[in-house]
Structure formats: structure tokens, C-alpha cells
Design a binder for this molecule. Structure first.
Ligand code: AMX
Length: 426
């Protein structure tokens, strides 16, 4: 019996080829206009996503790889002794574009059953950052009010209350996670009513006496607060929020997006990478050695962390602001790591330009942010994304309040299959 993975191994190359051809021949073809109604209408109808598995026709409804629901009912194997379509056969169709045999469906059912027990590490999720934020939805005022029945014009006030409560709790929540993971058995001190949010956060982390770090955290968190709506974390919060999910659930979803190495994880990746560079090259490093190291990274098929951006085409002003923070402090200027970051900045854009792939050879904010945290004693770099998560709440939750205040609709762009795009551009 050909397994699901083997089947995918067979079908993926053709799709990859199809995409490559489309990109090579039609990248500049226009497939539609963007109207104001798309922008304020949750991207309704906007053909802006690639999605191959299903197409939704307004009149005839959904088709999965061209098969209508009655078609699926006819051809997809049911459970033994059953008649209805089962998840395994549907998943097989969605993933591979092919109808599975009965034996293949059974094999997949067995695989699910064999892998379905919960692993012990799941207990640790109690202390997971994103789950903890989601769990606070237990207290969502918006959700409670919505269940009771409120007018649409009142949505934003309850949403705002939730957002403020959430932001207020983020320091304690994020600090608890830090202590549980890195300083087990230490209790959180009480919040100081006379301190700002991040001053308290720093104290809760155990760095209340470390004024430099507290100041840096203030700047870092303010600068990372918002970065337009389309970045992965903000967009995720907006998308989930557009279903009228409460702010806790919406923002927890954003945190999962932030956990990816191309997004919020990048600052810890930078630190890891710069440390490896330092370990290999030592502290007295020349520009040429760094160049060589950059090429080694690129030739190894890896991205240079902290460089490039989805939108920016110049050095990130947040990077510049953090560099200026460093430039104003002798202890940072003397740090060999901060010097290495600076030297890397002096050569990396040239190397990336020569490499010729990235549209933006300049540093983004992450090129330096984690290295300063490390210098000031917050050395557990797996934690850095959590700090980013405390920060991004500011922008993402602002937008949730406004989405409710403006009565923005469910987000729903139009996706197209590869075949459909080819038809449009021919
Ligand atoms: N090093 C090497 N190659 C890079 C690169 C880098 N820093 N940045 C982009 N490229 C490559 C891409 O991988 C892509 O290659 P491919 O054609 O083989 O897939 C090509 O250049 C074109 O990419 P792009 O259009 O310039 O970038 P993008 O919009 O697809 O991605 C980003 C943007 C940030 C994910 C990418 O630049 C990257 O991976 N950078 C390194 C990770 C990083 O610093 N992320 C932090 C971003 C800020 C944040 O969210 N915190």
C-alpha cells in the first residue's frame, strides 16, 4: 500500500514545477484591481492567496480538488461498516489531490491511532506563554457580554476592557513563565503601583535593580509594539479577531505566529548565530573574516538572521534606534558582541547584495536586539520571543479595539488554485 507520504512525494514535484513556471512566465501579469471595498471589507473577494486544495464557487459551493461533496460521498472510502466520509479520506484528498484506496485510508487511520496518545511533555503546556494568554479568556468581558447579547456599537468597549486587562497582566504572566523555566521556586514580587508597566515587568523578572536593562526593555518593547497590520503576528490577531473571537484568544494566536524563526524568533537566532561566529573567529575579528563567515552561512543554504524584510528596503529605523542606544553607552560600546554586531552590519549588506537573492540586504531590528538583552544579563535567549510578545500586544490589541469600533467584517480574501491563476493570466 502506497503511504500518504509516498503519495505526496510523487505529487509534489509536478506542483512545484507548475508554480515555478507560473512565476517565471507570469509574475507581472495582472489578475485584478484592488478597490477600497476590498481594504475596508476584510479583503472580501480580493484574489490574494494561493490555495490549491479547495475552490469555493458562490453558486455551487465547495469543491475539493475539483470534487463536489456528492462526488466525495461517492468516491471517498468510509469507515469499516460506515457510510459517511471520514476525516482520513478527506485529508488524503486535500493533501494529495487523489482519492485514497480503502487500504490507504485504513493505514492512515492506524497511523493516527498509533500516534494519538498524549505525550508527557504536554503537562508543561500549563506554563506555555501562548496557552496561558488563551486561558485568560476565561475572564473575557467581551465574550460574557456577547453571550448576554449586546449591540454591535458596544463591542469595542468590552474589547477595550479585555485588552487593557490583558496588557496589564502580560508582565506577570511573562515573568512567571521566565521564573518557572529558569528560576524555579522563586515567587513573583508584588506589583509596584508606582512603576510603569515595563518597570514592573523588569522587577518581576528579577532585574529591578538593573536600570540599564529596564531602560532597554522599555525602548525595545515600545519599538516592537506595532509594525503595520500585515506582519504575521498582527495579521493573525486581526484574522482571529475578525471572527469576534475575544482578545485573549486572538492574541494568543498571534503569539504562535510570533514563534516562527522568520518572525519573532529571529532575534534569538541572531544571537545564536553571532555567538557561533564569535566562538569560531574569536573577539578580534576582521571585516574579511566576517565576510567569509557570511558566505559560509549563505552557502550552507541558511538565511543571515537579522537581515532582510518582507516590506522594508532600507536599514530598519528600529535597528538604528537600538544602535543609537548602544552608541550612547560606554559599557555597550566596549562589549565584544555589540562590536561584532556593528562590524557585521558594516559588511553584511555588501555580501547580501552580491549574493543577490534578498530584496533587502539591510538589517532589521533583530540584528541587534537580542545581543543587548544578553549583554545586560538576560541571557536565556529562548525567552526573547516572549518579550517580543509582551510588546506586540500593544499594536495588535489596538487594532482589535478599532476593528470592533469600526465594525470591520470577517476577513475573507479570495484564494485561487494554481490552475485558476493560469487561466486568469493566459
Ligand atoms: N539571508 C539570506 N537570504 C535571504 C535573506 C537573508 N537574510 N532574506 C531573504 N533572503 C532570500 C529569501 O530566503 C528568498 O530566497 P528564495 O527565493 O530562495 O526563497 C529571497 O531572498 C527573496 O526573499 P525576500 O523577498 O527578500 O524576503 P521575504 O519577504 O520572502 O522574507 C524575511 C523576509 C524577513 C523572512 C527574510 O528576509 C529572512 O528570512 N530574513 C532572516 C530572518 C529574519 O531576520 N527575520 C526577522 C524579520 C523581522 C521580524 O519579524 N522580527
Amino acid at each position: 500500500v502506497t503511504s500518504l507520504k509516498e503519495t505526496l512525494q510523487e505529487v509534489i514535484p509536478a506542483k512545484q514545477e507548475q508554480l515555478k513556471k507560473l512565476k517565471a512566465e507570469h509574475s507581472q501579469s495582472v489578475v485584478g484591481d484592488i478597490k477600497v471595498e476590498n481594504i475596508i471589507g476584510g479583503m472580501r473577494g480580493l484574489k490574494a492567496m494561493l490555495w490549491d486544495a479547495s475552490v469555493l464557487d458562490p453558486n455551487e459551493g465547495i469543491r475539493f480538488h475539483g470534487l463536489s461533496i456528492p462526488d466525495c460521498q461517492k468516491v471517498l472510502p468510509p469507515a469499516p461498516g460506515g457510510k459517511e466520509i471520514i476525516a482520513e479520506s478527506m485529508l488524503w484528498l486535500l493533501l494529495t489531490g487523489q482519492v485514497p484506496s480503502e487500504a490507504q485510508t485504513r493505514q492512515l487511520s492506524r497511523e493516527f491511532a498509533e500516534k494519538g496518545d498524549l505525550p508527557p511533555f504536554l503537562e508543561k503546556l500549563v506554563d506555555s506563554w501562548a496557552w496561558a494568554v488563551a486561558a485568560l479568556n476565561h475572564e473575557s468581558l467581551f465574550q460574557a457580554a456577547y453571550e448576554k447579547g449586546i449591540k454591535k456599537s458596544e463591542y469595542w468597549t468590552y474589547t477595550l476592557d479585555d485588552c487593557i486587562n490583558l496588557i496589564a497582566r502580560l508582565p506577570a504572566l511573562a515573568a512567571r513563565i521566565y521564573r518557572n523555566v529558569y528560576k524555579p521556586g522563586t515567587a513573583l514580587p508584588p506589583l509596584n503601583k508606582d512603576l510603569d508597566l515595563i518597570g514592573n515587568y523588569s522587577a518581576l523578572l528579577g532585574f529591578g535593580d538593573n536600570h540599564n536593562l529596564t531602560e532597554y526593555l522599555r525602548l525595545y518593547i515600545a519599538l516592537h509594539g506595532d509594525h503595520e497590520g500585515g506582519n504575521a503576528s498582527a495579521h493573525t490577531a486581526h484574522l482571529v479577531g475578525s471572527t469576534l473571537s475575544d482578545p485573549y484568544l486572538s492574541y494568543s494566536a498571534a503569539l504562535f505566529a510570533l514563534a516562527g524563526p522568520l518572525h519573532g524568533l529571529a532575534n534569538q537566532e541572531v544571537l545564536r548565530w553571532q555567538m557561533a561566529m564569535q566562538a569560531e573567529l574569536g573577539t578580534e575579528v576582521t571585516h574579511d573574516q566576517i565576510k567569509e563567515y557570511l558566505w559560509k552561512t549563505l552557502k550552507g543554504g541558511q538565511v543571515v538572521p537579522g537581515y532582510g524584510h518582507g516590506v522594508l528596503r532600507n536599514p530598519d529605523p528600529r535597528f538604528i534606534a537600538l544602535q543609537e542606544f548602544c552608541d550612547a553607552r560606554p559599557e555597550l560600546l566596549e562589549s565584544s558582541m555589540i562590536q561584532l554586531v556593528k562590524k557585521t552590519y558594516e559588511v553584511a549588506p555588501g555580501v547580501l547584495k552580491e549574493h543577490g537573492k534578498t530584496k533587502n540586504p539591510f538589517p532589521n531590528v533583530d540584528a541587534t536586539s537580542g545581543c543587548v538583552l544578553h549583554h545586560y544579563g538576560l541571557t536565556e535567549f529562548k525567552y526573547y520571543t516572549v518579550i517580543f510578545g509582551v510588546s506586540r500586544a500593544l499594536g495588535a490589541l489596538t487594532q482589535l479595539v478599532w476593528a470592533r469600533a469600526l465594525g470591520l467584517p470577517l476577513e475573507r480574501p479570495k484564494s485561487l488554485s494554481l490552475d485558476a491563476i493560469e487561466k486568469l493570466v493566459k
